[in-house]
Write a protein that binds this ligand. Structure first.
Ligand code: ATP
Ligand code: MG
Length: 256
């Protein structure tokens, strides 16, 4: 067999090393470097920098996919002027992700359609961009999963899974009632994450109503105590963005 050429070896090695970006663009880089007489150090710097950035982007995209967000909601997509009563200083502080290193919880509490889920996802995406692991789960689904695991004798694994994320987002607390067995399991998860890893909650129920959600006053106070001990509560009482979009849609139909 003939010896491989240098360029074949380069391509093989790029492929073995998983340097996807360089592998796909090597000709372009070489042409430009020859044309511009690029110094070797600049050439190497450019290649490695682009490759590393590509790799980081792919990994962030991957993690965002794995996190289970129901949509890609960012701070840039949120119109703060539509919800003027939001404490913007509080939001800006949350955006520093200080709550992550302090293991502080966040509760988005408010009326329907004001963007509680939207802002929770936005923080989740931000956390992932800063190399934290994050996972989004609907409260009812979470409790169903814990119940199922418990009945199948693999509760410990499930609890471990949900406890390991650096950030867990539990959406829609109290939208559906929870039986005492579910409440107990939910408490176990909250107790595990307490003071270790932060959790973001969204809810439309005032804390006084949490007793009704979990149908047991002792369990619900034990849960609330841990949720609120180190926490930021973001209250959003305002007009529903869903209704605004609906109104605009109806208006545009009438004008036609
Ligand atoms: N201020 C806003 N700017 C832009 N989009 C918004 C804003 N508020 C809400 N939305 C959008 O409106 C929809 C409803 O918001 P979201 O689901 O976050 O509401 P929610 O507070 O979680 O309501 P619910 O209590 O019913 O779950 C989403 O598509 C969200 O992206
Ligand atoms: Mg919601």
């Amino acid at each position: 067999m003939m010896n491989e050429t240098i360029i074949e070896r380069i391509n093989n090695n790029l492929s073995v090393l998983g340097m996807k970006h360089t592998f796909e663009n090597i000709d372009h880089y070489l042409d430009a470097a020859i044309k511009n007489k690029t110094p070797m150090i600049d050439f190497l710097d450019l290649l490695l920098d682009r490759e590393a950035k590509g790799k980081i982007n792919r990994s962030v995209e991957n993690q965002i996919r794995m996190a289970g967000f129901p949509g890609r909601k960012t701070f840039e997509l949120y119109d703060f002027s539509f919800q003027p009563q939001i404490d913007i200083d509080m939001i800006n502080d949350l955006r520093t992700l200080r709550f992550m290193s302090n293991a502080e919880n966040i509760v988005f509490l408010g009326t329907p359609g004001v963007g509680k889920t939207h802002l929770a996802i936005a923080l989740g995406i931000l956390a992932i961009e800063h190399k934290y692991s994050a996972y989004f789960v609907n409260c009812h689904m979470l409790i169903q999963n814990l119940l199922k695991a418990s009945h199948e004798n693999r509760l410990e694994d499930r609890l471990k899974q949900y406890s390991k994320y650096k950030l867990l987002i539990i959406d829609e607390i109290g939208y559906l009632p929870t039986h005492i067995e579910g409440a107990n399991l939910f408490f176990q998860l909250i107790a595990r994450r307490y003071e270790k890893h932060p959790t973001i909650f969204t809810t439309n129920k005032n804390f006084g109503e949490w007793g009704d959600i979990f149908q047991d006053l002792t369990i619900s106070s034990a849960i609330l105590d841990r949720v609120l001990h180190h926490s930021t509560v973001v209250k959003i009482i305002g007009e529903s963005y869903r209704l605004k979009e609906r109104k605009e849609f109806m208006a545009s139909k009438q004008n036609r």
